[in-house]
Design a binder for this molecule. Structure first.
Ligand code: CP
Length: 362
């Protein structure tokens, strides 16, 4: 029995074993590996790939899923602590999560960042609070700061494309997006690539620099695997000699939680939209373009880049299917109907802000 909440909980060798296991499961096409097992899926934010890859995987392995999200006809969910529930929300997440968990053998949870306080999101406080309400294995389907299922699939994609491990160069570039997005994908991708032994460059405008905690974490992983991590705002310097350009967007870290100033600053960089000119100085031919999806065409990336052979964004999404197999098999031994006493109850407090967790779309 094991949670799958953070790729950093696994050594590079563990990850490589998971990748081998994924290949074996793909070949075996077993339809009984998870027979009779139920995976609960709690989506507090929208999803296409994560939701459907898990549902398809569980079906193919003989198990089943049920999905709970605020858009369904469930009672309005309250997430704040110490609140008098005299508004529209009739159910508190503190009861809802353990009830949902009691119907399943494992639970996958997506709740992306509240984006009020950077330090809380860096500690993944909200996800850890939800996790503490479950006494069954938990799969992180994207939290404030982690997206391990995406990272595992991206690792496989880089392997499939024979992008070098040591000596391979990946640039993770900020691109314009009208919304302030979470730090999970940039933070976890640079950690994944550094763990794979690659030299990673974060490319972003001033004011969007990744927090030192995320850079340090990736640098430490790189130090073990022979990789490295640096940050720059100079596009030519970053892209010169790179094998992979991975694009994504995230909140301004200078104005984290400050919607007005974040918006003002990001609007100054609306020209950060990837097009073919970004690839002029990349090292390898072919060099690759990656993005976790969903992507806003003509805003984050131009059509001709997404439609070119160098774009592997669909392949990344397809690998979500094979890479999710070992992650849902990790918790497969869970004995059902254990006493309902949460073992990891670390904190009774939920975000005490005036915000509930409403769906945030990318
Ligand atoms: N990349 C990713 O997690 O996609 P979804 O939001 O569609 O699940």
């Amino acid at each position: 029995m094991k949670d799958f909440c953070d790729l950093a909980d696994f050594s590079t060798e563990d990850v490589q074993r998971l990748l081998v296991q994924a290949k074996q499961l793909e070949k075996q096409q077993s339809t009984v590996a998870l027979q009779g097992k139920v995976l609960a899926l709690l989506f507090l934010n929208p999803s296409l790939r994560t939701l459907t890859s898990l549902q398809a995987t569980m079906t193919r392995l003989g198990g089943g899923t049920f999905v709970i999200s605020p858009e369904m006809s469930i009672h309005g969910l309250e997430t704040r602590s110490g609140i008098v529930m005299d508004g529209t929300a009739a159910e508190h997440i503190k009861e809802a999560v353990p009830v949902i968990a009691s119907y399943a053998d494992a639970i996958g949870i997506r709740t992306i960042a509240p984006r009020d306080k950077l330090e809380d999101d860096l500690e993944d406080v909200y996800f850890q609070q939800l996790r503490s309400l479950c006494d069954i294995p938990v799969v992180n389907l994207e939290s404030s700061i982690r997206h391990p299922c995406q990272s595992l699939a991206d690792w496989k994609t880089l392997d499939d494309l024979a992008v070098p491990e040591n000596g391979g160069r990946l640039v993770f570039s900020w691109v314009y997006h009208p919304e302030a997005l979470p730090l999970a994908i940039p933070g976890d991708t640079i950690h994944m690539a550094a763990s794979r032994g690659m030299d990673v460059t974060v490319l972003c405008p001033e004011g969007f620099n990744l927090p030192p905690a995320l850079l340090n974490r990736a640098q430490l992983a790189g130090a073990i695997s022979g990789g490295s991590v640096k940050e720059t705002s100079n596009r030519n310097e970053a892209l010169d000699g790179a094998h992979v350009l991975y694009a994504g967007s995230w909140s301004s870290t200078r104005f984290y939680g400050d919607h007005v100033n974040d918006q003002k600053l990001r609007n100054e960089h609306a020209d950060w939209c990837v097009d073919d000119s970004w690839f002029e100085n990349l090292a390898a031919d072919p060099s690759y373009f990656m993005h976790a999806l969903p992507v806003r065409r003509g805003v984050e990336v131009e059509d001709h880049t997404l439609d070119s052979p160098r774009s592997v964004v669909v392949r990344q999404a397809q690998n979500r299917m094979s890479e999710v197999r070992p992650s849902v098999r990790l918790p497969r031994c869970h004995p059902r109907y254990r006493p309902r006493v949460p073992k990891r109850r670390v904190d009774s407090g939920f975000p005490s802000t005036n915000r509930r967790v409403f769906p945030v779309d990318r």
